[in-house]
Design a protein around this ligand. Structure first.
Ligand code: NAP
Length: 267
C-alpha cells in the first residue's frame, strides 16, 4: 500500500450488505470513512436506498468523494440501476465512481454479462464523472462451504472439468480499496481485468481446498430445484444461460494486472 492509501474520507459502498460489498467494506476499514449503502438498513449509520427507483441515493451519496457500485446479482435491468446511481453521484459532486463489473462482460450468450457491458459503456460515456471499472472473474467464495470445510459434497450444473480463473474475494476487495484510496488522478479511465493465479476446474479447487469432497455434475433443472427456489423466472433464465456457457467454455481471465495492483501474486 502506498502512502496515499491512508488519506481521505467519504467512500460510499453501494451494495455494502452483500457478499462482495462486505469484503470491500472490510478492505477499506481504517483507510477511509466508509458509508454502507444498503437496501435494507441493519445497523445504525446504514443508508437505505432503492436502486430501482433511486430513492435515498441523493442522501446516501451526498458528501462522498468516492463511490464503489455493486449491483444485485442477476438483476433484470442493471443498467437502469446504474443510471440512477450515476445521476445521484454526479448531482452530489462525487469525484470518482468505481463500477464492479465482471470479466468477459460482452458475452452475448450470458445476458447478465451483456448488461454489465452496457453498464461499462454507460459509465464511459456518462460525462462529468471520473471512473474506473473492475472486472473480476468467478469468486472462489462461490464454493464457501468447501473453503470453510463444512461441505463434503458439491453439485455443479456444468462440467466439473471446465476451467475458471477463480479469484479470492479478499484480493478483489484489496484492489478496490487501493483504487478508491489512490483515486481518479491515478485510476480514471482504467478497466482492470482481475483473474486468479491459474486456471482451475471446480474439481481441482475442491481437491486443493479440502480434499475428499465429492464433486457431482447435476442438470440445471435439478440445481434450480435445490438452490434456485427464491429466484425470479428472469433470474433463473440468466443463471441457466451462465451455467450453459460455463459448461461449454469455462470462464478464465488474465492475472497480470491483478498482480500489479496487489503488489504480489493473487491468491
Ligand atoms: N459471484 C461471482 O463470482 C461474481 C464475479 C464477478 C462479479 N460478480 C458480481 O458481483 C455483484 C454482487 O454479487 P454478490 O453475490 O456480492 O451480491 P449479493 O450478496 O446478492 O448482494 C447484493 C446486494 O444488493 C442489494 N440490493 C438488492 N436489491 C436492491 C435494490 N433494489 N436497491 C439497493 N440494493 C439492492 C442487497 O441489499 P440488502 O442485503 O440490503 O437487501 C444485497 O446485499 C453482482 O453484480 C455479480 O454479478 C459476482
Amino acid at each position: 500500500m502506498t502512502e496515499s492509501l491512508s488519506r481521505g474520507a467519504g467512500i460510499a459502498v453501494v451494495g455494502a450488505a452483500g457478499k462482495t460489498g462486505a469484503a470491500v467494506v472490510a478492505a477499506l476499514e481504517g483507510l477511509a470513512d466508509v458509508r454502507r449503502v444498503v437496501h435494507t438498513a441493519r445497523r445504525s449509520g446504514d443508508f437505505a436506498v432503492d436502486l430501482e427507483t433511486g430513492a435515498g441515493l441523493a442522501d446516501a451519496l451526498s458528501g462522498c468523494r468516492g463511490v464503489y457500485f455493486i449491483a444485485p446479482n442477476v438483476h433484470p435491468d442493471e443498467p437502469a440501476l446504474l443510471r440512477n446511481a450515476l445521476s445521484a453521484a454526479a448531482a452530489a459532486g462525487v469525484e470518482h465512481f468505481v463500477y464492479h463489473s465482471v470479466a468477459w462482460p460482452y458475452t452475448p450468450a450470458m445476458p447478465h454479462h451483456v448488461d454489465k457491458a452496457r453498464c461499462e459503456d454507460m459509465l464511459r460515456t456518462f460525462g462529468g464523472l471520473r471512473w474506473t471499472i473492475l472486472q473480476p472473474c468467478a469468486y472462489a467464495e462461490n464454493f464457501a462451504s468447501v473453503l470453510d470445510g463444512t461441505a463434503t459434497e458439491v453439485d455443479v450444473p456444468y462440467s466439473p472439468d471446465a476451467a475458471f480463473s477463480f479469484v479470492a474475494l479478499a484480493d478483489v476487495a484489496t484492489v478496490a480499496a487501493r483504487v478508491l484510496m489512490e483515486g481518479p488522478d491515478i485510476h480514471h479511465g482504467a478497466t482492470y481485468e482481475l483473474g486468479g493465479p491459474e486456471a482451475l476446474t471446480v474439481r481441482e479447487l475442491c481437491d486443493r481446498a479440502a480434499g475428499l469432497v465429492s464433486v457431482k455434475q447435476v442438470s440445471v433443472d435439478e440445481w434450480m430445484s435445490r438452490h434456485g427456489r427464491d429466484l425470479t423466472d428472469d433470474g433463473r433464465a440468466r443463471l441457466s444461460a451462465m451455467f450453459e456457457f460455463y459448461d461449454r467454455h469455462g470462464f478464465t481471465a488474465g492475472n497480470a494486472v491483478f498482480e500489479s495492483l496487489l503488489g504480489r501474486p493473487p491468491r
